[in-house]
Structures are given as structure tokens and as C-alpha cells.
Design a protein around this ligand. Sequence first.
Ligand SMILES: [Fe+2]
Ligand SMILES: [Fe+2]
Length: 192
Amino acid sequence: MPIAKMPRYKEFHHLIRDRLPEEKVSHCIFVAEYAASLSDAAGVDHDDAVTAGMLHDLCRTVPGDDLLKQARHYGLNPSEAALEAPLLLHGPVAAEECRRDLDINSTSVYEAIYWHTTGRPDLDRLGQLLFLADFSEPTRRFPEAAQARALVRNKGFDAALLFVAEKKLVFQKSKAVLDPNLQAFLWWLQKS
Ligand SMILES: [Fe+2]
Ligand SMILES: [Fe+2]
């Protein structure tokens, strides 16, 4: 089903166009498209996949200090990693905003947006789908994105998800701050 048929598509599209630069709007739409195309295979609701994809980076351009302030205002307890790298909070703050201001009441959508950067053990199928689609939507230029899409086609969703978590951990290890949730998510996927 085309993602524009999702009942709140126009509203969310206006919102992200107001808040994000063009290339990030495009990324969000491609994440929504790619996640929607895999929603049946992942066993998740199509409209939830579109919603999570469109809104996951709603706070991606909010400066780190403001993210920290917002997170505290919402009663979130920033982790040590987030205190060092507040941009890690763009998912949690967006999840809160979706619930409080946009009246999105699905816990699954909340969790998917909250954890889209790192994942976490026990993350549900929608969260797993968003994590995968964010990394590997078709306009991502790094070669691992194309490899992940090929894995989805040839070996299925779970094999591709494991690959994405492994590659994200490699990417994150090259950065100054490593969020322990990503390592925990990968171990959990390897065990399940
Ligand atoms: Fe993000
Ligand atoms: Fe993203």
C-alpha cells in the first residue's frame, strides 16, 4: 500500500517539512517507504511502520543542550552516554513529543522511535524494523546499506537485522561515545 494512504500522512509530512531540512525529510520518507515495504515480512502493522519511519528523526536537528533540557523536562533520565553525546537523545525526545503533542498512543511506535539509534534487548518487531530501515533505506550511500538490503532479499529480515546491528556497533566504536544499549541489543539478537 502506498505510504501516502496512511490516514495521518499529510499531517506528518507537513510537520517534518516544517522542522527538518530537505535531505532529512527525504531520509524520513525513504525510511517510512522501506519499513512499510517490509512490514508484512516483519509482522508489523503497515501504518505503524509508516508513522515510526516518518517521525523517528523529528528532533534530529535540535541542538544537544536543548535535547538535554527537553529530556529532563519530560522526566527522562539521560544515560551517561547521552550526557556525553546528547544527540543520542533525539530518539527519546521525539518519542515523548509524538506521545504528548501528536496524540500517538501506540507503545510500540513510542519504543521504536525512542530506541531507533541503538536498539535494546527485547525491542519488539516494529522497533527492529525501524532500526533496520533507518540504517539501510535506499538512499543511504555507504555500502553496508546496500548489503543489508540484499540480505533482506536473499536471507530474510532476521539475518539482515543481525548484520545491521553488527555494522552499527563497528561504526559506533569508531566514535568517542559508545552507548551500551547497542552492544546489549546485538548480544540479545545473537542469542534469540
Ligand atoms: Fe535518528
Ligand atoms: Fe534516521
